[in-house]
Write a protein that binds this ligand. Structure first.
Ligand code: ASP
Ligand code: MG
Length: 414
């Protein structure tokens, strides 16, 4: 018997029938003797609906009032879920974020959790109740309602799990786990039994939107084992956890992430002298444009080239800034391309295995795919290619690294 925090997303509580389904699932866990704390999102579409109403009143709603409004979605689902639990004979109580003292800073619309006083929750658990907490919301020092940013219920669940030292934080969603890559691109993609926090962060930041990134960071920092599972089917889901040193069977590559959201810019023939990188990157940063990959070439004849990628929506703005800079810096030319895609291999096993990059580059070469940029980190190799080659490239890599196939059941002991 252990303490488990479960989070159910918007689709899982999207209709009254589904709420009853969730209640049944919770009761089964209770019957196995576990203490259960539940965090719920608003019914699917509800947060967007509330936002839309606010925008019909004013294009720029006051952030404080917006949080008062948006937090209501979750208040609906906590009450409904408790009613469903009661009907099944399961003792339960609902609480808003403020009621269980989820203290945040005062950054309305994207507040950060500062502390949680878990005494109240513990008191209810001791009385044999399921505790149902509204996700996505908290309260600041002055008693104002705050929200944690879109998708923030994941973070509420992880924070509660950390505060309560729960055995596991289970995130129930509409997919049955984390996959080696997007199954819509590679039908052979396989559900991972396990993945490390670090790998999950890379996969999420590269577009695998199963979990809010902040929730993964939080879980990693506090060592909360996270499990992603389907609320519609039975299954083990994917466990996100610390890297285990003794795990000899750990695959070298865990997955392939990709995105089409970037654009690439190059400034050619800038003087190769101190301060140039700063003079290029400075104005881009001041315009609030985030850089992803940055590459500077080895200088030749006193000149060098500088290439970086930005979010595609910032492409025009970045291009304008760079064109202006080109004159100041005496650069030869500015080039840009917004039809690129980034593909990344992710795996902690890369640290101890040679030859990953060469296998990757050969697989792409065999398909005639030209690599436009390369960057690496300890557990990731990313390439930029023309976006028309995205699917082909991902499929080629998925098979080159043998990522497909049936899910292995470790419990049967190989
Ligand atoms: N209801 C909020 C949203 O839609 C929070 C969440 O679902 O996690 O972003
Ligand atoms: Mg959500």
């Amino acid at each position: 018997m252990s303490l488990i925090v479960q989070k159910y997303g918007g689709t899982s509580v999207g209709t009254p029938e589904r709420i009853v389904e969730v209640a049944r699932r919770i009761r089964r866990w209770r019957e196995q003797g576990h203490d259960i704390v539940v965090v719920v999102s608003a019914m699917s579409g509800e947060t967007n609906r509330l936002l839309q109403i606010a925008r019909e009143i004013t294009p720029s709603p006051d952030p404080r009032e917006l949080d008062v409004l948006l937090s209501t979605g979750e208040q609906v689902t906590i009450a409904l879920l408790c009613m469903a639990l009661h009907r099944l004979g399961c003792a339960a109580r609902s609480y808003t974020g403020a009621q269980v003292h989820i203290r945040t800073d005062s950054t309305f619309n994207k507040a950060r959790i500062l502390e949680i006083d878990e005494q109240k929750v513990r008191g209810d658990l001791a009385q044999g109740r399921v505790v149902v907490v509204a996700g996505f919301q908290g309260v600041d020092g002055a008693g104002n309602i705050t929200t944690l940013g879109r998708g923030g219920s994941d973070t509420t669940a992880v924070a509660l799990a950390a505060a309560l030292k729960a055995g596991e934080c289970q995130i129930y969603t509409d997919v049955d786990g984390v996959y080696t890559t997007d199954p819509r691109v590679v039908p052979q993609a396989r559900r991972l039994e396990r993945i490390t926090f670090e790998e999950m962060l890379e996969m999420s930041s590269l577009g695998s939107k199963v979990l809010q990134i902040r929730a993964v960071e939080f879980a990693g920092k506090y060592g909360v084992p996270l499990r992603v599972l389907s609320s519609f089917e039975e299954g083990e889901g994917t466990l996100i956890t610390k890297e285990e040193q003794q795990d000899m069977e750990q695959a070298v590559i865990s997955g392939i992430a990709f995105n089409r959201d970037e654009a690439k810019l190059t400034i050619l023939g800038v003087p190769d002298e101190p301060g140039v990188a700063y003079r290029i990157v400075g104005p881009i940063g001041e315009a609030n444009i985030e850089l992803d990959m940055i590459i500077q070439n080895v200088g030749a004849d006193g000149n060098t080239d500088f290439t970086f990628t930005v979010h595609r929506s910032d492409y025009q703005k970045a291009l304008e800034i760079l064109s202006r800079l080109a004159d100041d810096l005496g650069a030869r030319e500015v080039e840009g391309d917004n039809r690129i895609a980034k593909i990344s291999l992710v795996g902690v096993g890369m640290r101890s295995h040679a030859g990953i990059a060469s296998t990757m580059f050969r697989a792409l070469a065999d398909e005639g795919i030209n690599i436009r940029m390369i960057s690496t980190s300890e557990i990731k190799i990313s390439v930029v290619v023309d976006d028309k080659y995205l699917e082909l490239g991902v499929r080629a890599l998925h098979s080159a690294f043998g990522l497909g196939g049936a899910v292995q059941d470790r419990s049967r002991g190989e």
